[in-house]
Design a protein around this ligand. Sequence first.
Ligand SMILES: Nc1ncnc2c1ncn2[C@@H]1O[C@H](COP(=O)(O)OP(=O)(O)OP(=O)(O)O)[C@@H](O)[C@H]1O
Length: 272
Amino acid sequence: MSKQNQKELKKSKKASASKKSSSEKLVEGSQDIIIVDHLSKSFKLPTERSWGLKQAIFNRLKGIKGYTKQEVLKDISFTVKKGEFLGIVGRNGSGKSTLLKILAQIYTPDSGSITVHGSLVPFIELGVGFNPELTGRENVYMNGAMLGFSNEEMDQMFDDIVEFAELAPFMDQKLKNYSSGMQVRLAFSIAIRARGDILILDEILAVGDAAFQEKCNQYFASLDKSQTVILVTHSMENVREFCDRAILIDQGKIIEEGDPEVVADAYLKLFS
Ligand SMILES: Nc1ncnc2c1ncn2[C@@H]1O[C@H](COP(=O)(O)OP(=O)(O)OP(=O)(O)O)[C@@H](O)[C@H]1O
């Protein structure tokens, strides 16, 4: 591995160590593995009137705000039990990915808190943790390091990861030459082989082809209760088949929660 790559590995290991220490707040004997308590998040969106330094100074003097505030999550509370498969559903733009990013400590909430009892493996956005200039092999090691695994641990997992992704012939090619579906396969294989306590999955799986989606579905069906999964999806088939419980978010609020059948019906009603 080149010096530059070793440097990158070191950096990502550091990042992962600090991430772990802040997310792992262990409470003995608790069955709730995630507790989300009165969480709210908004984004400031710059308006045309904020363009340029002159305008910004003028706005400030006049007391004009150069942005509008968009409330994306409003007072969200829920818990996830150890071993539970939780589905999160909602229309485009309802706040699901933002919620996952707060869970994964990519975003900080405006108010409220999140407590996570265990290690969390996020699989949220394609490209996060991947370097297009490195080979598939190097990216596996780098991604593993970001999740807190040593080189030796990754050596043990490597063949298994490549086999699940079905990408053996491509491991020494640069990632920038992979299709987006191939990248998803590699990232998903790393995420599931990493066996964190909690696996967080965004809709991104939909990028994989039919055979890979089927493989993912088989993986979901094979899960025992040692793995907690949070899945954001628009597939009510997946919600009904795999989820123990589901949450429907609309305009940043939970509007239905509980039985996957009931939540899936409520989701479909939004469009009728
Ligand atoms: N970094 C950001 N800056 C500003 N606005 C953002 C940011 N991230 C998300 N938003 C806004 O927050 C709202 C919710 O977005 P989010 O991605 O959480 O929705 P979603 O439910 O995951 O949607 P989809 O089903 O389309 O993936 C959207 O209006 C989006 O434009």
